[in-house]
Design a protein around this ligand. Structure first.
Ligand code: ZN
Ligand code: ZN
Length: 692
């Protein structure tokens, strides 16, 4: 138009600005603004109003204000555009000020003005109530658009009951937006069951849900964690002809996310694979990688990360890298972790504080404390977040460096970072792993006194664990009795564990009775009790406990040990003969057994629960998964390399003794991470000093 020397007029510009607003391009808006100014049209009411709206959409409320101030005529529509520009960009005070001026000038307020104003109330319940009162007085309660904005504002202020009341009022005719808004509001307030109920009501009344309904509802299903509901909701959409789930990456991603959260990993994977390759974006990759991680499938999660890098259509960002690192940490695979670290470095993401914290966690959990500490100390103090401090404390604790964890805690306070509940769990459990009773008590006291954090059940169970392990069982029991909140299964479980450690049967039975009355599945605890009876030789009680276990349909969780050779992960279970190198592994174990027996190793069968013949018990012990992994590690790694093993359960007392002997006869360093902590075996000793 311009090139054919036809000049735009006051009617053309509003359309041009509308186009600028729809693409949210500030550069383009400024360019067209310049042209309008040259033709002295930017001060015109119609053009100016369109320009205010365009700048608002481009997140430039300052520019919008300037244009508005220069306009020669300002009617209600222009004022509404200004109110909307402010509220859209989070300038709530300015929005209310503009509304006040507009009322003072006697401009016409319409439903659009009120909806815009309500957008500025999303964090201020008092203002939302005031606008609601105005809406009622001025007779706007029959406008669906205004009521929908009211529902939205109330829900975003956390007042979902008020939102529901507006929704239920008979004053207006509900449209699909009203249903969507109330569902989204309930989901936002974690009222998942209510959100699902409203959805059912909606379909029951014959209102056709749309894409927005689905996107509002899915987080609620995920939150609900109910795989059945998730499937029903998914099907109700997938069966609809108008809806092509696989073509809509946003919806598909939300579905993947929901299914993964509900434990339907298969369905999530199915959707992900069906999504066209060109349509997958970084968010859908991330949802699937995190989904695997969430479903405790860290290996799958890592495989998918590799595929993402390989296919190269979308690049991993810091969030994806954090997920992948956390999968490495779960598996204890150092080589893979290092590779991802290399990738992060090459893409300049390693300095991102969340990535750095994940790196610290990964290196720590894979047993490389040197690297973990290096990354932490290289982080500028101002960049260290509560997560980085807490990760560092957590892994120091995991390695049995309780003092270091306490020092870090004090340093963190010194730098003015406020500890949170997780921080205290980390410090207290670090104290517990190192037997630092006094430091533990100090932290526990300061938590309430200095930081105003009420201890929760996890903090109490750490303290009970700490006291119990140190043999102060009565003190631990007293602490439980003094608890302000109801002690849960973890607290009693910690006491039971300590009773098992010290052979304290009386208090152990009390703890067990409490666990029973709490009606938790408590399978782990029953196993503990059985082990306690077993080491005291009380076989009748063992049988009784095992029968109870059987009634509950419990299968004892299988012990698994992992070892990474090269970048391949090998897993072993007890008496495993499935590995291709099985023969060599068993021969190596025989040889090790001879060497350690010569040095004085005697198997301690008291931790085997089964009441079987001594020689059979020895047989079971001999092939515990960590021993198979150990023999394999000795065969397949260079003699100067430490052997790193990850175990999903706690290492048993006998394997602990055995590994100490192995470290002596082979001269190798063995690092075992069990379900609770790290054990560094060297020269016949363990870093935990037999305290675990
Ligand atoms: Zn063992
Ligand atoms: Zn140890």
């Amino acid at each position: 138009m311009l090139s054919s020397s036809l000049y735009p007029d006051g009617f053309t510009f509003p359309f041009a600005f509308k186009a600028c607003a729809s693409v949210r391009d500030i550069g383009l808006t400024r360019l067209v603004h310049g042209q309008a100014a040259v033709l002295s049209l930017s001060r015109d009411g119609l053009v100016g109003t369109a320009l205010v709206s365009a700048y608002a959409r481009c997140c430039a409320p300052e520019d919008a204000t300037k244009v508005f101030d220069e306009m020669c005529r300002r009617d209600g529509v222009a004022w509404t555009a200004l109110v909307s520009a402010y509220s859209m960009n989070g300038w709530a005070d300015e929005a209310f000020e503009a509304f006040g001026k507009m009322m003072g000038l006697g401009c016409v307020v319409d439903s659009v003005t009120l909806s815009s104003l309500l957008l500025a109330c999303t964090r201020d319940l008092w203002r939302a109530c005031r606008v609601h009162a105005f809406v009622a007085k001025a007779g706007f309660e029959c406008y669906a658009s205004v009521c929908n904005s009211l529902i939205d504002a109330y829900a975003k202020c956390g007042a979902y009951d008020e939102a529901m009341r507006v929704f239920r009022s008979q004053s207006f005719t509900k449209d699909v937006v009203s249903w969507n808004t109330v569902i989204a509001g309930l989901a936002l307030n974690k009222q998942s069951d209510k959100a699902l109920a409203v959805y059912e009501e909606m379909t029951g009344e014959g209102v056709k849900p749309n894409r927005i309904t689905l996107l509002s509802l899915l987080p609620a299903c995920g939150e609900f964690g109910c795989s059945k509901t998730a499937k029903i909701v998914h099907e109700s959409f997938a069966n609809d002809a108008w809806f092509d789930v696989e073509a809509d990456v946003v919806v598909a991603t939300a579905l993947i996310h929901m299914h993964a959260k509900c434990g339907n990993v298969e369905l999530a994977r199915d959707l992900f694979e069906k999504l066209e390759r060109s349509k997958r974006n970084v968010v859908s990759w991330r949802a699937m990688i995190a989904g695997y991680e969430h479903g405790f499938m860290p290996e799958e999660s890592l495989k998918l990360f590799d595929r993402m890098v390989e296919e190269g259509d979308s690049k991993p960002n810091s969030v994806t890298i954090v997920s992948a690192l956390s999968a490495c940490a779960q598996l204890g695979v150092l080589q893979r972790g290092r590779m991802i670290h290399g990738y992060a470095e090459a893409n300049g993401l390693d300095l991102d504080p969340t990535v750095a914290s994940a790196l610290i966690d990964m290196y720590g959990k894979c047993g490389d404390m040197g690297m973990a500490r290096e990354i932490f100390s290289k982080m500028a103090i101002g960049k260290r977040t509560i997560v980085s401090w807490t990760s560092m404390m957590g892994i120091e604790g995991l390695h049995g460096h309780g003092m270091q964890a306490v020092e870090l805690f004090n340093a963190m306070i010194g730098h003015g970072v406020r500890p949170n509940e997780v921080t205290f769990v980390c410090v207290l459990s670090a104290c517990s792993h190192s037997g630092l009773v006094d430091d533990g008590w100090n932290c526990f006291d300061s938590m309430i006194k200095d930081h105003g954090i009420e201890p929760n059940a996890r903090h109490y169970s750490c303290m009970v664990d700490l006291l119990g392990r140190a043999g102060r069982l009565e003190e631990a029991h007293k602490l439980i009795m003094s608890m302000a909140i109801e002690p849960d299964a973890c607290v009693w479980g910690a006491l039971l564990g300590a009773c098992r450690l010290h052979g304290e049967i009386g208090l152990g039975e009390l703890a067990q009775a409490k666990l029973f009355s709490l009606n938790t599945d408590g399978i782990g605890h029953q196993v503990l009790l059985a082990t306690m009876y077993a080491s005291a030789g009380k076989w009748d009680d063992v049988i009784r406990t095992r029968v109870q276990l059987k009634h509950k349909g419990a299968k004892k969780i299988a012990g698994l040990s992992f070892i990474e050779i090269g970048s391949k992960l090998h897993a072993f279970i007890v008496e495993d003969r499935s590995h291709p190198d099985s023969d060599r592994i068993y021969r190596e174990l025989e040889a090790l057994d001879r060497k350690v027996t010569n040095l004085g190793y005697i198997p301690d069968t008291s931790s085997v629960v089964l009441d079987m013949e001594e020689c059979l018990k020895r047989q079971v012990l001999k092939y515990h998964s960590e021993r198979l992994a150990m023999a394999f590690g000795i065969l397949r790694t260079g003699s100067s390399e430490p052997i790193r093993i990850t175990k999903n359960l706690r290492i048993c007392g006998d394997c602990h003794v055995y590994t100490k002997f192995v470290s002596k006869v082979t001269g190798r360093e063995l690092i075992i991470r069990d379900a609770r902590r790290f054990h560094h075996f060297k020269d016949g000793l363990c870093s935990c000093s037999d305290y675990w």
